[in-house]
Design a protein around this ligand. Structure first.
Ligand code: NAP
Length: 278
């Protein structure tokens, strides 16, 4: 199959590495000429160009640019597309993208592989990034026919496909992806706001797995974090406000020295986490 990938960074490059290794013909497009050269050198793509016309024969096109560039890229791509081509994206938010892109190409199906690292760019691309990860698709009634092919691609990467509406996707990822990014970023800046140099220096030496785990997602790609907030503003604010209420409850309990109720909350969460993650 001829598969086009636009935006040869962490996600686009990692898709290219795995799909090309399976024997698919990968046609890559990226913004920089140097990225296109690296993509061919690293076996991310068979051919790569900065020119979208390379994609005229692509049966499936996966748009992997930053969120803000997805719809404008599809708009530029439409004149080159084969009439039967299925277009999907990998953007971390879906409602805004699906609404805009479905108007531009009727066979557009939103997608979001739930995998990543804190790195970015073609040199961060890695094999097996999607193995064991969820891969969400948000088809509309009009374009449901292409979904089987996209599910097969997700499965070939070792990912587990999920189907839902763009709205449900955005609310769910607000909880488990976008809220953690904002909380983790706040944790880092609150800690670095310690005014006593000796305390801060010791905290740095003592920081171990707990701080590493909880601060990791707050130190990811800043452009991506900002776009999560910009394009999933409503759902993210809803989750942040619920989080703030929970934090306020904990602050009050500590102020009141209400250790029984605090322990009860921590106990309930200890029980709930493994069930939720299963
Ligand atoms: P990234 O590593 O920065 O890769 C994006 C690449 O797109 C850049 O390296 C850039 O390549 C290229 N690009 C930028 N503008 C372009 C344009 N107008 N036309 C063609 N190529 C362009 O970012 P990423 O982490 O892969 O994220 C890409 C998408 O994946 C985003 O929509 C994001 O929401 C989604 N996503 C990210 C993660 C994650 O954890 N990172 C997880 C799931 C989904 P050059 O400038 O080098 O050519």
């Amino acid at each position: 199959m001829k598969i086009g990938i636009i935006g040869l960074g962490l996600i686009g490059g990692s898709l290219g590495l795995d799909l090309k290794a399976q024997g698919q013909e990968i046609l890559g497009v990226s913004r920089k000429v140097s990225t296109c050269h690296t993509a061919v050198e690293r076996s991310v793509a068979d051919r790569a160009s900065t020119d979208l016309s390379i994609l005229t024969e692509a049966e499936i096109v996966i748009i992997c640019t930053p969120i803000a560039q997805i719809a404008p890229t599809l708009q530029q791509l439409v004149p080159y597309l084969h009439s039967e081509a299925i277009v999907t994206d990998v953007g971390s938010v879906k409602q805004h993208i699906v609404t805009t892109c479905s108007r531009l190409w009727s066979n557009f199906i939103g997608g979001h592989p739930m995998a990543g690292t804190a790195e970015q760019g073609i040199n961060a691309a890695q094999t097996n990034l999607f193995k064991g990860a969820a891969y969400v698709f948000t088809p509309t009634e009009e374009n449901a026919s292409g979904i089987d092919q996209l599910k097969k691609i997700a499965e070939s990467l070792g990912a587990k496909p999920y189907i839902c509406s763009p709205q449900v996707h955005d609310r769910a990822v607000a909880w488990i992806s976008h809220l953690p990014v904002m909380i983790s970023a706040s944790l880092i800046s609150a800690c670095l706001g310690e005014t006593e140099p000796q305390v801060l220096e010791l905290a740095q030496h003592l920081a171990s797995s707990g701080f590493r785990d909880t601060s990791r997602v707050g130190a990811g790609n800043p452009e991506l974090g900002t776009m999560m907030a910009q394009y999933n503003r409503k759902a993210l604010l809803r989750s942040l406000q619920a989080y703030r209420q929970n934090l306020d409850t904990i602050i009050s309990l500590i102020e009141q020295e209400n250790w029984d109720n605090l322990e009860q909350i921590l106990y309930l969460n200890q029980e709930a986490r493994p069930k939720f993650l299963n």
